[in-house]
Write a protein that binds this ligand. Structure first.
Ligand SMILES: [Fe+2]
Length: 434
């Protein structure tokens, strides 16, 4: 299926448009999901580091350093050395680079920077949180005052704040602030992010290709069905037209005096409607209406229809019923609705003296006014079994003479002009016979 862009020229298929739009959507989805996953991976990695530090602290240090030793580590050299030994063997690893210990009032009990031991500093959020009993962490660049002595440790550290609790005692006795190198955590995060990005991209690509395949297959099916529908519609329309032509032929065959009259008036009516610039739908209505205009004659008895001489008043009254009989025959066929005006009103006259409804002027449907001129022209010029047809010029004289009484003047004039063009004759008033 192809969509024509406004202005013509450039065209984009529905499938191409889908491929482009969905590619953009999938790319945006990939970027968004990747961002969310990256955040989640970083949070998980930091939480993991906090949990590991907490496990290590509980298992190796708290068990070895009683409460009293912790309390006196600040002022007693022996107790501090014992505390440092316990730290060195129990907590400091290749990742853990420093430990700072705070008491529950925000005072430094222990630090590698001895100048700050015993000093109190403003409580940062994470420290406050840990004093409240909850482990916390942040990635730090060591800019705060109490870290002045530790700035040689590297540009980025993971600061983990762990509440100090003893078994079976809910009280928080202080906070361990453990500095870990952030680089190993960052490497782990980067590696996990790389794997997630690869898997996510591959997954989205597979999904996109699957979706594209489904849409392409659906698009081809729709195109195939559309072609079949067009073919079916053409066949159906062909059947309609054949049916209409058969009906018209039946009338022409029965009324031998008007042999092929229906075909000739159809050709001329379509030519006039086209000359007037009517649209395709209106022209089709004229074509079908012209072919079927006298179909009601099927309902007129042979004794009247085929009578060689003039008709009596009563016979004429019967004959005048054929437009209504035709209309009644066809009105149940919905696709002929636009053509019924010609069938019913082709014997109306501009001055209101026609039949069956005595319509006047523009009350008469435009297609019936158009057809009335053509019908009269053919009736005048066609050969009959009992007489030869009159010349074109005489027919045109009669039509133009009766414009405004029998015929719509505009239609009569249009017909005359069209016939002049068709027959390449000089313009009025010097009409020449063919
Ligand atoms: Fe008729």
């Amino acid at each position: 299926m192809v969509l024509q862009a406004p202005g013509g020229g450039h065209s984009v298929s529905l499938l191409q448009r889908f491929a482009l739009v969905s590619l953009v959507v999938f790319a945006a989805l990939g970027v968004g999901l990747n961002y969310r996953f990256s955040q989640s991976i970083e949070e998980t990695a930091i939480d993991g580091a906090v949990q590991t530090a907490q496990d290590t602290l509980q298992a190796r240090l708290i068990a070895q350093v009683p409460r009293t030793q912790l309390k006196w580590a600040m002022v007693d050299a022996d107790k501090r050395r014992a505390f440092e030994r316990a730290l060195a063997t129990g907590v400091l690893s290749h990742r853990t680079v420093r430990v700072k210990v705070w008491d529950e009032w925000g005072r430094v009990i222990y630090s590698s920077d001895k100048h700050i031991i015993g000093k109190r500093f403003p409580l940062k959020d994470e420290l406050q949180e840990a004093i409240g009993g909850k482990a916390a962490a942040e990635v730090s660049s060591l800019t705060s005052a109490e870290n002045r002595g530790d700035r040689t440790l590297g540009s980025k550290l993971l600061e983990v704040y762990l509440p100090i609790r003893y078994p079976h005692d809910p009280h928080v006795y202080g906070v361990f602030e453990i500095y870990e190198r952030y680089a190993p955590v960052a490497r782990q995060i980067a590696e996990t992010e790389r794997m997630v990005t690869i898997n996510l991209s591959a997954g989205l690509l597979v999904l996109y290709l699957l979706l594209f395949g489904i849409v392409r297959s659906g698009s081809r099916t729709i195109a195939r069905q559309q072609k079949a529908l067009v073919r079916y519609t053409d066949e159906l329309e062909g059947s309609y037209n054949q049916t209409i032509a058969s009906l018209a032929a039946a009338v022409d065959i029965r009324d031998t005096s008007t042999e092929e009259h229906s075909v000739r008036v159809t050709e001329l009516s379509v030519a006039l409607a086209t000359w007037l610039g009517w649209d395709e739908e209106a022209i089709r209505a004229v074509q079908r209406g012209a072919l079927l205009h006298d179909v009601g004659k099927i309902g007129i008895s042979d004794s009247i229809l085929l009578k060689p001489g003039p008709l009596s008043d009563e016979e004429w009254g019967e004959m005048c019923k054929h437009p209504v009989i035709g209309y009644t025959m066809l009105r149940a066929i919905s696709f002929l609705d636009p053509s019924l005006a010609i069938v019913r009103h082709h014997h109306e006259r501009w001055d209101g003296t026609g039949y069956p409804d005595g319509l006047r002027g523009e009350e008469i449907p435009e297609s019936a006014r158009l057809f009335a001129v053509v019908d009269a022209y053919d009736a005048i010029t066609a050969d009959r079994p009992y007489r030869r047809g009159s010349p074109h010029a005489l027919a045109m004289e009669i039509i133009l003479r009766d414009a405004g009484s029998h015929f719509d003047p505009r239609m009569a004039m249009a017909f005359a002009e069209m016939m002049q063009e068709r027959l390449a004759l000089p313009r009025r008033p010097h009409l020449v016979a063919v």
